[in-house]
Every structure is written in structure tokens, then in C-alpha cells.
Design a protein around this ligand. Structure first.
Ligand SMILES: [Zn+2]
Length: 282
């Protein structure tokens, strides 16, 4: 009898005995964070209404900024029936940030600018949907620029008194022309100029749906398709696009869910714990 069949039988007997299983979760169960999920038997997960594949019993998942207090994570092992884990998500107290002195056309874009914004959003969304089977993310991450955090991820932002979308990255203030490093190993999947909001922008794919974004660059020195190593210089700090001063807008995305970029740095050191689930089969 092949091992897979024996394993399946043993696994199902275990489930029948206690109707429960344990899952290892590493990271903060909090809005806007990144989690590393481990279950040696896991093949697929269902999260935020979508299905994702696990590799070697592991997957990273992002907790949306506006996640509800409880989110269901269903892990599918060998069988079709899944195991439900109800994750209690801690709320983050998002700050309100007033930004003054923004050029009026960047606050109230005209029709022509609106078309440019739509093109930008479509292109970024498409890029952030890339799901490669590479595992670059395992090499770890660094901050792309050292500097004062001038805008936190998730802030509700008010430009010249007008409420706009929450901040989807972290702003690091630095002198114009400061080197910007790739925060992790990966492939450049976008290197574009003159975006309405983002100015000159680079996006790096780290595999398994994980990307980092670098915006408002004075100049990018990488092109689409380039393979970069953690710490390689990819461009320089600038104030292109909707920026009131020189800074790097550093973003992080998992399958188009934006999360706090510094959570990438915490991945190695983060605490892990086990939680119990409920078997959804007969
Ligand atoms: Zn920003």
C-alpha cells in the first residue's frame, strides 16, 4: 500500500478520534500583519474568500488592514474536508495623518489625471497578482532605506483637509538621492516612470504572491526581469508623484492584500503558537 494512502488512513483515524487538529501560527494576529502558517499535512488554505496552495505544509498569509475581529482560515489536508481555525484578530488603532501643502491637482485630480490614475491602479493590481512558485522570501528581508518613519502603514490620511484612502505602505524620510536597496531577493516585475501617485516606481516579486513596492524614486536603476539580491541598490530616494518631500514609500503586498512592510523583518524572530481547529468533515 503506498505511503500516501497509509498516511491518509492514519490521519483520518486521528481526526475521527478527536475531531481536532493543531496548526502552527507565527506572527501577530493583528490587522495589517503577515502570518507564517505551518501544517505538515496542509495542501491548500481558504482565507479572505480565496483559495491558496500551501508548499511543503507552509504558507504566508496577510491579515487585511480592515480585517474583522474573527477570520476563518480553513486548511485542507489530503481529504476534501477542511479544518476550520477561527482566528481572533487584534484591532490596530490607526492614526489619522493630516498632510498639508499637497499640489491641488494631486488632491482633486482632473479627468485626464483620473484616467492616468486608473491605468496606474490597474497595472499595479495586475503586478501584485503575480503568483510565482519561487521561494526568494525565505532569504529574509532588510529595510530598503534607513531613516525616520514619516508615515505609518494604515494611517487614515487627510490631504489639504480632504480624506483619502488609508496609507498602503510605510514612508521613510531620507535625503534626496539616498540609495534605495532591494529589501529581499527577487525579480523586478515592474519598473515604471511618472506614475501619477507613485512617481517612479519599482516592484519586486519575492515568490508565492509576495511583493515589495518602492515609490517616489528620483530614479530607478533596475528594469523589469532583473534578478536582485537583498541589499542591491535599485534606485534613489526622490519626491516624484504625490510627495511633499523626499522619502521612500515602501509597500508590501501578499496577493494584493497590503500589509505593514516591517512585518517582513519580523518574520524570522516572530513568536509561534499552536491553535486547535475543528474538522469540517463527517
Ligand atoms: Zn507613502
Amino acid at each position: 500500500m503506498p505511503c500516501k494512502v497509509i498516511c491518509l488512513i492514519i490521519f483520518n483515524i486521528m481526526l475521527m478520534l478527536n475531531h481536532a487538529s493543531a496548526l502552527e501560527i507565527c506572527g501577530k494576529l493583528q490587522q495589517g500583519e503577515l502570518l507564517h502558517i505551518k501544517d505538515i499535512n496542509g495542501k491548500q488554505v481558504r482565507w479572505n474568500n480565496k483559495q491558496y496552495s500551501m508548499y511543503n505544509g507552509e504558507i504566508l498569509i496577510a491579515v487585511p488592514r480592515d480585517a474583522p475581529q474573527v477570520m476563518d482560515l480553513i486548511v485542507y489536508p489530503f481529504s476534501e474536508a477542511g479544518i476550520l481555525y477561527q482566528l481572533s484578530i487584534e484591532r490596530t488603532k490607526w492614526d489619522i495623518q493630516h498632510i498639508k501643502g499637497v499640489a491641488e491637482h494631486h488632491v482633486m485630480p482632473n479627468r485626464q489625471h483620473q484616467q492616468a490614475i486608473m491605468r496606474e491602479q490597474k497595472e499595479v493590481k495586475k503586478t501584485l497578482s503575480i503568483d510565482s512558485s519561487e521561494d526568494y522570501w525565505r532569504k529574509g528581508f532588510v529595510e530598503p532605506v534607513k531613516g525616520r518613519i514619516s508615515g505609518q502603514f494604515g494611517n487614515q490620511r487627510i490631504f489639504n483637509g480632504v480624506a483619502k484612502n488609508p496609507h498602503n505602505g510605510t514612508d521613510i524620510a531620507a535625503v534626496e538621492g539616498t540609495s534605495v536597496k532591494a529589501s529581499g531577493d527577487g525579480v523586478v516585475v515592474l519598473s515604471g516612470k511618472d506614475y501619477f501617485y507613485s512617481g517612479n516606481m519599482v516592484i519586486i516579486d519575492h515568490g508565492r504572491g509576495l511583493q515589495t513596492i518602492y515609490a517616489h524614486l528620483q530614479k530607478a536603476i533596475v528594469k523589469k526581469g532583473d534578478i536582485v539580491k537583498k541589499g542591491n541598490i535599485i534606485g534613489f530616494v526622490g519626491k516624484t508623484g504625490r510627495a511633499t518631500g523626499a522619502h521612500l514609500h515602501w509597500g508590501a503586498s501578499w496577493h494584493n492584500i497590503r500589509f505593514r512592510p516591517h512585518a517582513l523583518l519580523d518574520l524570522e524572530s516572530t513568536k509561534c503558537h499552536k491553535i486547535e481547529g475543528t474538522y469540517l468533515g463527517e
